[in-house]
Design a binder for this molecule. Structure first.
Ligand code: BGC
Length: 763
């Protein structure tokens, strides 16, 4: 076991924590979480207080939602049992009474291998001294599997040792259907989803198997006598399965999965898991020279992004805290489509596809929401769980501890355009025709239809969208939010584009789809009219975009006066004054610049960015990444780098204690976007990939991989040499546009391009 319990030597792949800090414990649990998109386990310490150690590691199961029957109840992700519990007694005394008593404790997240390792020494009892090392993983190659390994090295002492392994918290939000020695089956009380957990623990002392005493209900114990130099190895495999219908029993599947794992042996499970991680890293690692903090942040981001998705499950998507914590109850927001999807579309298209097919499966719920509110087409839930029904709570406790009404579930409608945007990005990145024809086109058309029915023509001859919330949630129930209107226009334009595309290339499919949706020419004509005349908020004399009707007239507040604050601006000013002010919660017009860069030509983007940037209070973890992305594209790498580091600090700085509820997966997606779409200046289209790098001065080089239309490319930008190395690692020859000049890229070797001066086109 020794080697397996050792972390990767290269510090750039490691996140470590020493000692015991109760104040930051729950934040560390989020940061050190392990996940595979189906199972997520918080990074609880292996040695904690009380008479137990290895507690309590909350385990999440993607898609295991339940909604109580209470008034106003919303779906919540229900945690599964903690399968990692172990209790060790030395001569009848718990190994750890108080975590502070341990001689040492170290926790290491080995991001390269996707495992959490811990090591602690207990030398302060005279009778016995032991070193404990543990590993836990949830397998990336077989997502039902979890594995726990523990090695107990006896340094000195001859005492009676007993080790008890159990599952705890088995009935938290779940009803036990049957719990036996090696298998438990539970149901969510209302949605009647099934959860099965099967386990196989074993213990060897100095290489000899010690038989377990079966204590019933997923509980076992072993006893033996220690002696100096003795090595005891405990291994526990678990298989976890979910079933979505009340009449389906998940048990047989869990047993089969566990059986396969046992045949493979835990070494095989570890090896397959590590191979799966190695393959993810080959596709998604971003390397930065010259800025170790940025390097670690990008690894951490890719680690959690790779952990969050599951290409094999099209019935789930990624919640705002992925599977790392309770905040937002596992609900899915625009975070997934806007902040995460670019990473997946360009490094893991299968995962991106599954996330979008989830939106296809929830299209009926989106149609029903639109119809209920009096519109046509599809209005997606602002917060979505398993069915796609609106899951936004109607009230929450605000940051000032008061109960506030939440209007986003009704008014934050840009989500429909965000989903359409992601569908289009995926289509551009992959050219996946089956996806477009089976799923994507219908999403694009139904969301376009929603906007065309949502916008109303008024006396000025223009179409308006009244009564919405944009990304800036400080201003509610506003009219003509530029982000919403321009994204709606873009959505309608893509809807019309897909009509043309299907008519030209797949006429039969178009006839079927259009007749199923009842889409006729007269309706498409109305879409065009809406797109042509929708109010944009753009002042043609200044190029400034008004965030929403009336925004320019609101009170100007100099945010520099509040620079040292530790609470969001809506708490400082109060909700009423914030609403009457120009202070915005997060990138709104700036988000528009980030998403539709081609629509803002000349100086328009820079002018709008510099107008809105000082007005933004960054009251959401999503905000800074958008600013960083736009600043990087505008050629302001120093400013962009500041946003990059501030975004990295959200989940990584010890000063931020607010990540107890889980990592901010959207901000992590934003880090990747700032590096790849921002500093490297990568953009994709149906015809190829373009790159226009502007690295921060401290970054000596930036290297990363992307996939495009079945090809795999590795790109490396070197700052001092002002050069780009592009390698086509897999797939057919393609065109790469570098700073406006096209190059032919094939498998004959790397292309070296100087970024110093205009190039002669080689293609
Ligand atoms: C932000 C939303 C975001 C949500 C979940 C809110 O605070 O304003 O834009 O979708 O958090 O991350």
């Amino acid at each position: 076991m020794d080697k397996i319990l050792q972390a990767t030597a290269d510090a750039a792949w490691i996140l470590g924590e020493e000692g015991h800090d109760p104040l930051r414990e729950s934040s560390h649990e989020s940061r050190f979480a392990i996940s595979n998109g189906f199972l997520g386990v918080r990074g609880a310490r292996a040695a904690t207080g009380g008479c137990r150690w290895a507690i309590p590691a909350r385990t999440y199961v993607a898609g295991l939602f339940d909604t109580s029957t209470a008034d106003g109840a919303i779906p919540e992700l229900v945690p599964g049992a903690d399968w990692l519990r172990v209790r060790i007694l030395l001569d009848g005394k718990p190994l750890v009474d108080d975590p502070g008593d341990l001689s040492s404790h170290r926790m290491t997240l080995d991001m390269r291998r996707g495992v959490l390792l811990t090591e602690c020494l207990q030398m302060n009892t005279p009778a016995v001294g032991v070193r404990l090392r543990t590993l836990r993983l949830v397998s990336l190659s077989e997502r039902s599997l979890g594995l726990q390994l523990i090695q107990l090295d006896v340094e000195h002492g001859e005492v009676a040792v007993s080790l008890e392994a159990s599952f705890e918290g088995m009935n938290l939000g779940l009803v036990a259907e049957r719990v036996g020695q090696d298998l438990g089956v539970w149901r969510t009380p209302h949605s009647r989803k099934g959860l099965a957990m099967a386990a196989a623990p074993s213990l060897q002392v100095d290489g000899d198997e010690v038989p377990a005493t079966a204590l019933g209900e997923l509980r076992w114990s072993w006893t033996w006598r220690s002696r100096p130099g003795q090595v005891a190895c405990f291994a526990r495999s678990v298989a976890v399965t979910r079933s979505d219908a009340p009449d389906l029993d998940p048990a047989a599947d869990a047993r089969d999965k566990l059986g396969a794992a046992q045949r493979l042996g835990w070494r095989g499970v570890v090896a397959d898991h590590e191979a799966a991680w190695a393959s993810r890293w080959r596709c998604s690692d971003v390397e930065v020279e010259g800025d170790p903090v940025a390097q670690q942040a990008l690894r951490f981001a890719a680690y959690h992004l790779n952990s969050a998705a599951n290409p094999a499950d099209e019935r789930v998507s990624i919640g705002a805290r992925a599977l790392t914590g309770d905040d937002y109850r596992g609900h899915v927001f625009w975070d997934t489509e806007i902040f995460l999807l670019p990473f997946y579309a360009l490094t893991w298209p299968e995962a991106a596809r599954a996330l979008l097919v989830y939106r296809f499966h929830t299209l009926d719920a989106a149609r029903a929401k639109a119809a209920r509110m009096g519109w046509r087409g599809a209005l997606y839930a602002w917060e979505s769980a398993d069915t796609g029904d609106e899951a936004t709570p109607e009230q929450v406790i605000g940051p000032d501890r008061r109960v506030v009404d939440v209007l986003s579930g009704r008014l934050e409608q840009h989500i429909s355009a965000d989903v359409a945007y992601a569908v289009w990005q995926y289509w551009q990145a992959t050219g996946d025709e089956t996806f477009l024809l089976d799923f994507g086109a219908e999403i694009l058309l139904e969301t376009a239809r929603f906007w065309a029915s949502r916008a109303r023509v008024e006396a000025d001859g223009r179409h308006h969208i009244r009564g919405v919330i944009g990304p800036d949630e400080y201003h509610e129930d506003i009219d003509d939010n530029a982000f919403t209107n321009l994204m709606a226009r873009w959505n309608i334009a893509r809807g019309l584009e897909v009509v043309t595309l299907m008519g030209e290339r797949w006429a039969g499919r178009w006839t079927q789809l259009s007749s199923r949706l009842g889409l006729e020419d007269v309706e498409l004509k109305q879409w065009r009219a809406v797109a042509d005349t929708i109010s944009t908020g753009i002042d043609s004399s200044t190029g400034l975009i008004e965030q929403f009707a009336g925004y320019f007239a609101l009170e100007e507040i100099d945010l520099a006066d509040y620079a040292g604050r530790s609470v969001p601006m809506d708490v400082v000013l109060g909700r009423a004054r914030t609403r009457q002010s120009q202070v915005i919660k997060q990138a709104d017009v700036v988000a528009l610049l980030a998403l539709l860069p081609d629509e803002f030509i000349g100086d328009t983007a820079a002018e709008n960015f510099h107008y809105y940037e000082p007005r933004c209070g960054h009251g959401s973890s999503l905000s800074r990444a958008m600013h960083g992305l736009v600043a990087a594209r505008l050629g302001e790498p120093a400013l962009a780098l500041r946003y990059f580091h501030e975004t990295a600090a959200i989940d990584l700085a010890e000063t931020h204690a607010a990540i107890a509820g889980g990592v901010h997966i959207a901000a992590l997606g934003g880090l990747w976007q700032m590096a790849v779409l921002g500093f490297a200046g990568l953009s994709i289209g149906a015809d190829g990939v373009a790159i226009d790098p502007k690295l921060p001065a401290s970054w000596r080089s930036l290297a990363f991989s992307v996939q495009w239309h079945g090809r795999q490319l590795r790109l490396r930008i070197a700052q001092a040499e002002q050069s780009l190395e592009a390698t086509l690692e897999a797939g057919e020859p393609m065109t790469l546009v570098v700073c406006g000049t096209s190059y032919a890229l094939d498998r004959d070797g790397a292309l070296h391009i100087s970024l110093r001066e205009p190039q002669n086109a080689a293609a």
